[in-house]
Write a protein that binds this ligand. Structure first.
Ligand SMILES: [Zn+2]
Ligand SMILES: [Zn+2]
Length: 154
């Protein structure tokens, strides 16, 4: 699924930063937002190259922080060796993650009660929450029962 409005905002942002909107950068922006999966810089490079073969690793690594600066892409520390990038905050600004320790699948969830609790806790302590990152690392019950995880390849 593509989100043209997000891509347009990013391209505008880059132009305002004085960056040249090359076909390579356009391919990176396209690849960054044509998925709802969470990805690493290397994943992004691979997918951007499917759009434009001339995309270089250096350009991906230089462009990623710019995308993060727009606030439309978030850098995620999932407790793995590499940083992950999440294109879904533009559509789901308050979502959280469960990471399956059996199959590495990342599952997103939104929970209104959790949002209310977070605000309540912060307010009680004299704060207003700005960002909340909840990361639940979990084993999957299906894997424990059957030895296989149906989420693995989805
Ligand atoms: Zn996410
Ligand atoms: Zn699993």
């Amino acid at each position: 699924m593509t989100k043209p409005d997000v891509k347009e905002q990013i391209i505008d942002f880059m132009a305002n930063q004085g960056m040249r909107i090359t076909v390579q950068r356009q391919a990176i922006v396209e690849a960054a937002f044509n998925t709802e999966e969470h990805y690493t810089a290397e994943n992004l490079l691979e997918r951007a190259r499917k759009i434009d073969q001339s995309v270089s690793r250096a350009t991906v690594y230089r462009t990623l922080p710019v995308l993060v600066k727009t606030g439309l892409l978030r850098e995620l520390d999932l407790g793995k060796n590499e940083m992950y990038y999440d294109p879904n905050y533009a559509s789901h600004p308050n979502h959280n993650h469960i990471i399956c320790t059996d199959c590495d699948k990342i599952v997103e969830f939104d929970d209104y009660c959790l949002d209310v609790r977070e605000s309540f806790i912060a307010n009680n302590l004299g704060f207003r929450p700005v960002t909340v990152k909840l990361r639940i690392e979990a084993t999957c019950t299906q894997f424990a029962k059957t030895g296989a995880c149906s989420r693995k390849n989805s």
